[in-house]
Design a protein around this ligand. Structure first.
Ligand SMILES: Cc1cc2nc3c(=O)[nH]c(=O)nc-3n(C[C@H](O)[C@H](O)[C@H](O)COP(=O)(O)OP(=O)(O)OC[C@H]3O[C@@H](n4cnc5c(N)ncnc54)[C@H](O)[C@@H]3O)c2cc1C
Length: 492
């Protein structure tokens, strides 16, 4: 795959409706401001600014509801200062100072999150991790790449490739997200069926706790040394600690790549084929199944047919065996062979998000909701979610595709849109989420597969985790008793 065309920087999700420096905060609630002395103290620790435009830009991410607010020159919330530490020691000193002075700290990096996780709800400090970039070491024999947390996706992968290795983590947002953000949100790349989600890629972590303590986790291929602390930090969305350094597992660069496309009579047959493929031991890097509507939109289907795109890479004998197994299973399920050019088209357009911005500017509600569930539940979950979403006034479409497979189930990724009058925009957006997410949870899905919880999904954490949320709250209280780290997120 080609990485050369990507920018590696924070990218504005959409234009502001006025001067960014004059944008206002949309969310209400108590916000911690900083005294001049506090700003000076932070400035003595690391690069710190109170520049209005910089602060406003740290007040939003790619949460779709806030994109429409941006067009009205509003962001969810505005931090009082933006701090950019350059090393772990600066992060440690900054957190120790903020902890002592009860200053909220919201870590952020690419700000590509889609659930408002990086919004500084309580004001205070936006801790911008993007000054900590670079590959620090590569262990070619073991296949381990050490990256600073603020390193953007293409730089991580290129750092590995220089040593004949690949990480294989390609989220759609690869160009605008960082390794620390992937770990903090339990992200998934588009090749995850071969390389795994980020939680399977992490070998070790360096994390700074709220009081400034630096902790190292992991560091071995496997262990029985009590609960895995890396896994506690994975997905903590900046609420339990600041990730400063990540050691990632890397694979040999692939020798070959193979592609295939198949057309099924309907989505349910496609689900069954994916289940059989994965459970047979064939794990092609990409196994993406689109429902009738998405197939029609992207692959020229008839509105009912489901299209399966397959791509694998690795050692020739293994990849050929995988693709042959995929072919046999698809044929046994009554599929027809599709045009392999569809996979080529997908590889070219898979990171294009222009449709989101264009529809937002036209006043459409548009968003996505990804969940994971067991194979036996997928058909009923799709039915429940789409029925619930389409019952919301002004809803126009609710479609889905399967994007990541596992031995016992898969991730189903819904895309929905509505066309309400301007005054009903926010109500419609929230109603679609309420309807879709509640239907998914009640039908047996989890709350999120890889986008995380952030701010927008916090309200569903009680239903999703039950008593488990109390365990998470107890951990939060133990690690961050003053609640300075990203307060108001993850349902905490
Ligand atoms: C167009 C588009 C496509 C996307 N596609 C995918 C996809 O395919 N797969 C996927 O998994 N996600 C995807 N996402 C979501 C998003 O890119 C991921 O959640 C990503 O991991 C966020 O990384 P970031 O560096 O942008 O983090 P940010 O958005 O800046 O932060 C996200 C959260 O992580 C925390 N955080 C960030 N850095 C650190 C750190 N160093 N230490 C502690 N906490 C930290 C923040 O506090 C916040 O809670 C997509 C987003 C967009 C806009």
């Amino acid at each position: 795959m080609s990485l050369h065309s990507y920018n590696t920087s924070v990218t504005d999700p959409i234009e502001f409706g006025g001067e960014p420096a004059e944008a206002s905060a949309r969310l209400t609630g108590s916000v911690r401001s900083l005294t001049e002395a506090e700003v000076d103290a932070l400035g003595a620790i690391c690069d710190t600014t109170t520049d209005a435009e910089d602060r406003v830009k740290h007040g939003r991410d790619w949460w779709p509801l806030s994109l429409s607010w941006s067009l009205q020159n509003q962001v969810p919330q505005i931090p009082f200062a933006v701090c950019r530490p350059k090393n772990t020691s600066e992060v440690s000193s900054l957190l120790a100072y903020c902890n002592e002075n009860r200053i909220p700290v919201t870590p952020s990096a690419g700000r590509s999150g889609v659930c408002g996780a990086a919004i500084p709800l309580a004001g205070g400090v936006a801790l911008d991790m993007t000054a900590m970039q670079g590959i620090e070491s590569v262990d070619e024999i073991s296949g381990i790449v050490e990256a600073l947390a603020g390193t953007f996706g293409p730089d991580v992968e290129e750092g590995a490739r220089k040593h004949g290795l690949t990480i294989g983590h390609y989220p759609q947002s690869v160009a605008i997200s960082t390794v620390g953000g992937w770990v903090a949100c339990r992200g998934a790349g588009q090749y995850s069926t071969r390389y795994g989600k980020i939680e399977e890629m992490v070998h070790a972590l360096e994390v700074v706790l709220a009081d400034g303590t630096v902790v190292h986790t992991g560091g071995a291929p496997a262990g029985a040394v009590g609960p895995d602390i890396s896994q506690l930090i994975l997905g903590s969305e900046g609420t339990l600690g600041v990730i400063t350094r990540v050691w990632l597992r890397a694979h040999p660069l692939p020798e070959v790549e193979r592609r295939g496309a198949y057309v099924f009579a309907n989505l349910s047959d496609g689900f069954e084929a994916c289940r059989r493929i994965y459970r047979s031991g064939a794990t092609p890097a990409v196994l993406r199944l689109y429902d009738g509507a998405e197939s029609k939109r992207s692959h020229g289907g008839d509105g009912t047919n489901a299209t399966l795109l397959v791509l694998d890479e690795g050692t020739e004998a293994i990849i050929d065996a995988t693709m042959s197994t995929v072919h046999d299973i698809c044929m046994s399920m009554g599929a027809t062979v599709g045009d392999v050019a569809l996979v080529e088209a997908w590889t070219h357009h898979r990171n294009d998000t222009s449709g989101l911005q264009a529809l937002t500017r036209k006043g459409f509600v548009v968003d996505t909701m990804e969940i994971a569930a067991n194979w036996s539940l997928l058909d009923s979950i799709v039915e429940a979610v789409e029925t619930a979403m389409l019952a919301v006034p002004y809803a126009r479409t609710a479609t889905c595709h399967l994007s990541h497979s596992y031995i016992e189930g898969a991730c189903v990724y819904f895309t929905f849109a509505a066309n309400p009058p301007a005054e009903e925009f926010e109500k419609t957006y929230l109603a679609l989420w309420e309807a879709g997410q509640t239907a998914a949870l009640r039908a047996g899905a989890n709350l999120s597969h890889h986008h995380g919880i952030g701010y927008s999904r916090s309200q569903f954490m009680g239903e999703a985790l039950g008593n488990g949320l109390n365990v998470l709250r107890a951990v939060k209280k133990a690690l961050d008793p003053n609640n300075i780290l990203n307060p108001g997120k993850l349902g905490l």
